[in-house]
Design a protein around this ligand. Structure first.
Ligand code: FE2
Length: 170
């Protein structure tokens, strides 16, 4: 125990709920990747929400509002799942960008409205595809709750991709 309780830092905790430590550690890594990608997509969705312009402004502004709010709740849920299986939740914006399957967006490279929507649709699908790998690992390790959490997220990302792709359908 730390000499001063105010100096306690998050580290590995004892967890004995039937999932082997090695499996929990691997899943914590996969959940942290999901956290990183969701965090980057949260920031990017917000950036597009603010900077979108043109005749589709209102619909895209509103849809991205719903989507960044969903992502904000999701990153909290995913990070807390990492803690519940015994490991530290990833932090550091640079670490998120590094671990994310979704690319960040720089204000100097802000795309037009159509490209914003197409990019977000691709990003949601990339996250869903990556999470599918994590679900397989969670199922193999009998971590049913992580599998369930990520399965739910896949459904949300697939629905988001459908809505976004429908806006840019020709
Ligand atoms: Fe807003």
């Amino acid at each position: 125990m730390a000499a001063n309780p105010l100096n306690v830092v998050a580290e590995e905790l004892p967890v004995e709920t039937g999932v082997a430590k090695a499996d929990r550690e691997k899943l914590a890594g996969l959940l942290n990747q999901a956290l990183a990608a969701s965090y980057v997509l949260y920031a990017k969705t917000h950036a597009f929400h603010w900077n979108v312009a043109g005749p589709q402004f209102y619909g895209i502004h509103k849809l991205t509002d719903e989507q960044y709010q969903d992502l904000a709740a999701a990153i909290d849920e995913i990070a807390e799942r990492v803690r519940a299986i015994g490991f530290p939740a990833m932090s550091g914006l640079a670490n998120y960008i590094e671990a994310s399957v979704v690319d960040d967006v720089d204000v100097s490279e802000m795309p037009g409205a159509r490209d914003m929507v197409a990019q977000l649709a691709r990003d949601h699908q990339a996250i869903a595809a990556k999470m599918r790998e994590a679900v397989s690992a969670a199922e193999a390790a009998d971590d049913v709750y992580s599998a369930d959490l990520l399965t739910g997220r896949i459904g949300v990302h697939e629905e988001a991709a459908w809505m976004l792709n429908s806006i840019v359908a020709e």
